[in-house]
Design a protein around this ligand. Structure first.
Ligand SMILES: [Zn+2]
Length: 183
């Protein structure tokens, strides 16, 4: 078990198309899972926040996501199988892009299929904050970052500037029906 350094924007590992996990019970997967947990907990302690981390963020290009809100939750090979009908905007942050906050658009309701570390398959529905967190972490597995998804006018902000000038907007927009044809 170890706390691993988090690669930062510009490191090619963040752009890797991560490999599917073939055997979730393998010792190699166990090491990645333990290190994800240790690293997220260390980040949380240092920054006072942090809800999730993806395997490429500890240098392992594998399709594993770790979420810790009220309990440890590992998702191997997570896949978004439904994105509902509504989107919302989110001022989103990433440990690999310190200080920056970016307005992105996410689906408000999603359904995710994944395998847990005992090999069982699950399908879960998520909405709002959990839905956007899962989309953020699953994006990492495809090498996609928040800087690739800016929406609206003036979508990039340093954190202190956001706190000073934009915090009044709130972190999340309201869910709105997705328009398939751009206006
Ligand atoms: Zn991130």
């Amino acid at each position: 078990m170890a706390v691993r350094p988090v690669p930062l924007l510009g490191d090619p590992i963040l752009r890797a198309q991560c490999e599917a996990v073939k055997n979730v019970r393998s010792p190699a997967v166990r090491v990645v899972a333990d290190d994800l947990q240790d690293t997220l907990r260390a980040l949380k302690k240092r920054h006072g926040k942090g809800r999730g981390l993806s395997a490429p963020q500890i240098g392992a290009p594998l399709r594993i996501v770790y979420i810790e809100i009220d309990r440890p939750w590992f998702l191997a090979n997570p896949e978004i199988v439904d994105i509902g009908t509504h989107d919302f905007t989110v001022w989103d942050e990433c440990f690999s892009i310190p200080n920056l906050i970016v307005r992105v658009q996410r689906a408000y309701y999603i359904t995710v299929k994944y395998t847990d570390l005992s090999g069982k398959s699950h399908t879960v529905e998520a909405e709002g904050e959990l839905a956007e967190l899962l989309q953020h972490e699953i994006d990492h597995l495809d090498g996609v970052l928040i800087v690739d998804r800016p929406v609206g006018l003036d979508p990039f902000c340093f954190h202190d500037q956001w706190e000073r000038h934009r915090a009044g907007e709130g972190r999340h927009g309201k869910p709105v029906p997705r328009t398939l044809v751009p206006a």
